[in-house]
Write a protein that binds this ligand. Structure first.
Ligand code: NAD
Length: 441
């Protein structure tokens, strides 16, 4: 099937490449000329495990191509919209990229074309876009909502083996096309759910807000563990073996970040307000997360008795989670701002996200000259007043503790990801802080 993918970010590029891999003929379109030039050279603008091989293979077989020009939409049976829907200042989802892309598609669409909204959008957006398309074309068209559930870091695997696919459409013809498109990905029997586009739009936000709530919940219990000498890692095991609770998304840490949970939580709260109600649980999730992002800063400040002037701290990891170069809304941002505002400087090392982090932090003038990037995790520790683990990269899990100790000015570890074994690190002579683990005084 001929497919156009509008927007070649984390979702569009992975989805487009995977559709090509299963045999569809895909053109990915983006307004970012630099990105498209890189992709035409076979280089991925993002880090995503497994993506490079698929890109290379499908470009070679000519099932996958890239363009800044919308004319190929003319020949497409299905046109996906996978552009960003960031937060506006009031928390509402900003739909201006989506509206612009929709108008560009409407001007080129062929008769019977199916426009599929893959971006995460508030309930009612399909209706709104239907109106916009109708204003720009006389052709027959369909609008479908098909929320994406892939996770950065395992995006290719998630896309190729989705737990479920959701199709929001009341039109049987459009549903048939979507069924045919996804059939090769659902051979193992995972379900495809057909529902109204309103329910599909709501399902995506409900899923993300539920997962964000799990994270804030375990972080709040970890805070209580800090006050009571219970150990959050034991508690986590104790509750996650209950099938009704499950173990995923129950890891305490420095708060959730990334390009989805923070904005989706805000957007759903905004939708509730527009409908005259408050989402009390989801609002609490967001409040707890804001506090959690600087929880380890408070521990650092308390350890150094409020005197952080002239101190240096080393961050291992700045990506919002492991296996991605995405730093959007990463807790490393809040942590470095808090430390720098208190007079400290920050050294950081990340296997793939350093460049994105350095670029993003340029937008905060107070950090200029106070943030230093390293390409070696041990070099980064030299003369530093503490190691802070911010991302759970695998390479941080079993480090050379003796080298850490000899590199640091004082042997203090602030483990915001609970990566290290408490007994072991203490027996090696470190002062150790964690998120909710019991540490004998
Ligand atoms: P992104 O910022 O990585 O990519 C968006 C791309 O759209 C950019 O390359 C941008 O240049 C392009 N774009 C903007 N306007 C355009 C236009 N008019 N025409 C063509 N291209 C245009 O975004 P993302 O992380 O891929 O997210 C896209 C959507 O998918 C969002 O709504 C997001 O909430 C949702 N989503 C994201 C993830 C994720 O893990 N990142 C997972 C599920 C759903």
């Amino acid at each position: 099937m001929k497919v156009s993918m509008i927007g070649t970010g984390y979702v569009g590029l992975v989805s487009g490449t995977c559709f090509a891999e299963i045999g569809h003929d895909v053109t990915c379109i983006d307004i970012d000329h630099k990105k498209i030039a890189m992709l035409r050279d076979g280089k991925s603008p993002i880090y995503e495990p497994g993506l490079n091989d698929l890109l290379e293979r499908n470009i070679k077989t000519k099932r996958l191509s890239f363009s800044t020009d919308y004319t190929s939409v003319k020949g497409a049976r299905v046109i996906f919209l996978a552009v960003g829907t960031p937060s506006a200042d009031d928390g509402k989802a900003d739909l201006h990229y989506l509206k612009d892309a929709t108008i560009s598609v409407a001007k080129e669409i062929a008769d019977g074309g199916v426009i599929v909204i893959k971006s995460t959008v508030p309930v009612g957006t399909c209706k709104l876009l239907h109106k916009i398309v109708a204003e720009h074309t006389k052709k027959k068209f369909y609008i479908v909502n098909n929320p994406e559930f892939l996770k950065e870091g395992t995006a290719v695997e998630d896309f190729m083996r989705p737990d479920r696919v959701i199709i929001g459409s009341n039109d049987p013809d459009a549903c048939l096309v979507m069924d045919e498109l996804y059939a090769p990905l659902l051979r193992q029997g995972n379900p495809i759910h057909f529902m109204s586009n309103l329910s599909a739009e709501m399902s995506k936000y409900a899923a993300n807000c539920f997962l964000a709530t799990k994270i804030s919940f375990i972080n709040e219990i970890a805070r209580l563990c800090d006050h009571t000498d219970a150990d959050i890692e034991e508690v986590r095991k104790g509750i996650s073996s209950d099938k009704r609770i499950g173990g995923l998304f129950l890891y305490p840490g420095p708060g959730y970040g990334g390009s989805c949970f923070p904005k989706d939580v805000k957007a759903l709260c905004h939708t509730a307000k527009e409908n005259g109600m408050e989402l009390e649980i989801v609002e609490a999730t967001e409040r707890v997360n804001q506090k959690q992002k600087v929880r380890m800063f408070e521990k650092i400040r308390d350890h150094y008795k409020n005197d952080l002037k002239g101190k240096t701290f080393t961050f291992w990891g700045v990506a919002f989670k492991a296996n991605t170069d995405d730093v959007r809304e990463a807790s490393a941002i809040d942590m470095s701002l808090a430390l720098i505002r208190a007079g400290a400087t920050v050294n950081f090392y990340d296997p793939v996200a350093s460049e994105n982090f350095a670029t993003l932090m340029k937008t905060y003038p107070e950090t200029h000259g106070k943030l230093k990037v390293f390409d070696d995790r041990y070099e980064c520790l030299k003369n530093s007043d503490g190691l802070v683990t911010m991302t759970e990269w695998r390479e941080f899990k079993a480090p050379d503790f003796n080298l850490i100790k000899s590199s640091l000015k004082s042997p203090v570890v602030f483990d915001a990801r609970n990566l290290f074994d408490t007994q072991k690190i203490i027996s090696l002579g470190f002062t150790y802080y964690s998120i909710g683990k019991f540490i004998k005084k």
